[in-house]
Design a protein around this ligand. Structure first.
Ligand code: MG
Length: 281
């Protein structure tokens, strides 16, 4: 029994909308397929400690199976710093990684000089270090005053996490941090996510990540799925022939929707099973 057959047996694709299954049929048959996914809240359930985050077993097995199939590239596109994404995803190096909302790109053997030169986390950190330190000094007292809130350093910015803060206090903190940071740095890129406020000295989005992946893989079609506000940039960058999926109930431009990470795992298992059949006929 292969990994795909094994996970197919434990999850039902009957929970998926017929229109989405029809799109998976079509995607499974293209020559070069890119499966690009957000990680947290899409293939991995949200947990309090981000370092403990792991893909659901069925999703993980399907991603492994897809990444080993000919003409198929799997990529993760996350707001996490790329090192953090590599640590929690536990996938082989053939799986491409986009971190920091498109600022960092790890394209493996498909890397070009352009990306090697311009999107290097070490370089970014050195250039931005002074400005970042000043910003952090400015907003850290606001964050430290709220129980359960904490700051995550990123290559070109930082994130204020509020997963363990009640909703009203989290909104107040996000507003206060946003105002203080923009007062110091009017050009700062500020993004509000689910229980997180992201501040970046550099303007990149997940659409930039999708563009880099699409160019590097020369894919005929892209599947992208994500749960958060920042995933909307990537969903909006999809073109005819691609498939966009929103995970969860938030507003979205995506034409397809699944309710949670478990049903997203069903999508990946269904796609892997179909792609396996397509490759063998
Ligand atoms: Mg997410």
């Amino acid at each position: 029994m292969t990994a795909v057959e094994n996970v197919s047996g434990s999850t039902g694709e009957s929970v998926l909308p017929p229109a989405l299954l029809a799109e998976l049929d079509r995607l499974a048959a293209v020559d070069r397929l890119l499966v690009a996914l957000d990680f947290d809240g899409t293939v991995a359930p949200i947990v309090d400690d981000p370092s403990e985050s792991r893909a659901l077993p069925a999703a993980h097995a399907a991603l492994l199976a897809l990444s080993a199939m000919p003409g198929t590239t799997v990529a993760l596109v996350s707001g996490r710093a790329i090192e953090s994404l590599a640590e929690v995803s536990l996938l082989p190096e053939t799986v491409l990684l986009v971190g920091s909302h498109g600022l960092e790109v790890r394209l493996g053997d498909l890397a070009t000089d352009e990306h090697e030169g311009s999107l290097n986390a070490v370089e970014l950190a050195r250039v931005d270090a002074d400005q970042l330190s000043a910003l952090l000094e400015h907003v850290a007292p606001l964050v430290n005053a709220v129980d359960g809130a904490w700051i995550e350093r990123k290559p070109a910015g930082f994130a204020v996490h509020t997963r363990q803060v009640d909703d009203a206090a989290a909104v107040r903190l996000h507003d206060a941090v946003r105002e203080a940071a923009l007062a110091l740095h009017p050009d700062l890129t500020v993004r509000r996510g689910l229980n997180v406020l992201e501040l970046s000295l550099r303007d990149a989005t997940k659409a930039d990540g999708i563009a880099a992946l699409r160019a590097a893989t020369r894919s005929d079609a892209v599947l992208f799925a994500g749960d958060d506000v920042t995933d909307e940039d990537a969903l909006a960058a999809l073109v005819a022939g691609d498939v966009g999926i929103k995970v969860g109930g938030a507003d979205s431009v995506a034409p397809h929707r699944v309710p949670d990470e478990a049903s997203m795992a069903c999508v990946l298992v269904a796609l892997a099973a179909r792609r396996l059949v397509s490759a063998s006929v």
